[in-house]
Ligand binder design. Structure first.
Ligand code: PLP
Ligand code: TYF
Length: 398
């Protein structure tokens, strides 16, 4: 039956971790996968999360099924994080949110729903984007096109190119936008640029699909939601937001995500939500309990919420410090051309390293980065910063 099945290429990011784990060299560093590590090189268990976990263990509650669209305390908490508690959209009942299996699950359910609602629409993603964006939307039956985004000359945004490409999309095209901390480049728009994107999207009648996997990882919960808030205030009737708590709660394996549809009015929101639920039913029936209970427990306790915000703040400050430290150390090792790393935001930096330089980092220095030159700055710490900077400087010399 399966004789004709050929080997399918694996995920290059997750494959790199396997190679890293198999590497016996001491002092190896994994700058590949997008995971936030603390100063000790460990994935943190946030104190606020641990606190809820202990309470849950004490309560020893039964594990019934959740509703198809998840825990209400979780989806309502998500809406307030995404739009702000005072959002008129929430008051108007125009927002429908479902708890999903990670941000990835939100992307896929969202894509399947859009395919049913808008069977002819294409989707435009940034060039480059997280590779799974393409994979997910192709799997949902979409034709995927790209819009200009990154400028390799400046290591920044090609904003003119981006606006021009968005302005040429067919009306009705879905546009996937990274809310903040763009994966893989680390290159974000400022508020004024977002406002211009909002205008083009409105004028071309595009459908914004905002992927927010790193809320709170650059400037803060509200600042990082600027794009969402501008779309919410724009008068645009409908858009989609996907959220992930993998990074902001350090809950990678718990698969805590959310899918939010904004609709023209309350009645439309209810109808869209019925289609979302039908879609979820046909894939995995209902989401899992534990991650949802942890996030809802933190968001709905003023005390734990304050603790979480502080811990989130510590994570983003550490990332900022590592960016500054990396730039400083690289300059000290004779590579001042990397100053742009400090302008980029979030976990990732498109370092500009070539495939050959990335190969040398791995072979000669046991430092693992993605072949595109993407590095995860959230994997740097005071103990590995100097070694990494020295190695990057060394492979960057002609
Ligand atoms: N979207 C982007 C841009 C991401 O980088 C990630 C990373 O993991 C996700 C979505 C998916 O997150 P999750 O791990 O919650 O599926
Ligand atoms: O880009 C990253 O590294 C993260 C983690 O298939 C990730 O978003 C990478 C690949 C993948 C799932 C998650």
């Amino acid at each position: 039956h399966f004789a004709s099945v050929e080997m399918t290429p694996g995920d290059p990011i997750l494959g790199l971790t396997e190679a890293y784990l198999a590497d016996a060299r001491p002092g190896k560093v994994n700058l590949g996968v997008g995971i936030y590590y603390d100063e000790q090189g460990r994935i943190p268990l946030l104190r606020a999360v641990h606190e809820v976990e202990q309470r849950l263990a004490q309560e020893a509650k039964p594990r019934g099924y959740l509703p198809i669209d998840g825990l209400p305390a979780y989806t309502q908490g998500t809406q307030k994080l995404v739009f702000g508690a005072e959002s008129p959209l929430l008051a108007a009942g125009r927002v429908a949110t479902s708890q999903t299996i990670g941000g990835s699950g939100a992307l896929r359910v969202g894509a399947d729903v859009l395919k049913k609602a808008l069977p002819k629409a294409k989707i435009a993603i940034s060039n480059p984007s997280w590779e799974n964006h393409r994979v997910v939307f192709i799997a949902a039956g979409f034709e995927v096109v790209e819009y200009t985004y990154y400028d390799p000359q400046t290591h920044g945004l090609d904003f003119a190119g981006m606006l021009a490409d968005l302005g040429k999309l067919e009306p009705g095209t879905v546009v996937l936008l990274h809310a903040c901390c763009h994966n893989p480049t680390g290159v974000d728009l400022n508020a004024a640029q977002w406002q211009q994107v909002v205008e083009v999207v409105k004028e071309r009648q595009l459908l914004p699909f905002i992927d927010m996997a790193y809320q709170g990882f650059d400037q803060g919960i509200d600042a990082d939601a600027t794009a969402v808030r501008l779309f919410a205030a724009s008068g645009i009737e409908s858009f989609v937001v996907t959220s992930s708590y993998a990074k902001s709660f350090s809950l990678y394996g718990e698969r805590a995500g959310a899918l939010t549809f904004v609709a023209a009015d309350r009645d439309e929101a209810l109808r869209v939500q019925s289609l979302v639920k039908r879609t979820i039913r046909s894939i995995y029936s209902s989401p899992s309990t534990h991650g949802g209970a942890l996030v809802a427990g933190v968001l709905n306790s003023p005390e734990l919420r304050a603790m979480w915000e502080q811990e989130l703040g510590e994570m983003r400050e550490r990332i900022h410090a590592m960016r500054a430290g990396m730039v400083e150390k690289l300059a000290a090792h004779g590579a001042p051309q990397f100053a742009f790393i400090q302008q980029q935001a979030g976990m990732f930096s498109y370092s500009g390293l070539s495939k050959a330089q990335v190969d040398r980092l791995r072979d000669e220095y046991a430092i693992y980065a993605i072949g595109t030159g993407r590095i995860c700055v959230a994997a740097l710490n005071r103990s590995n910063l100097d070694t990494v900077a020295a190695a990057v400087a060394a492979v960057s010399k002609a």
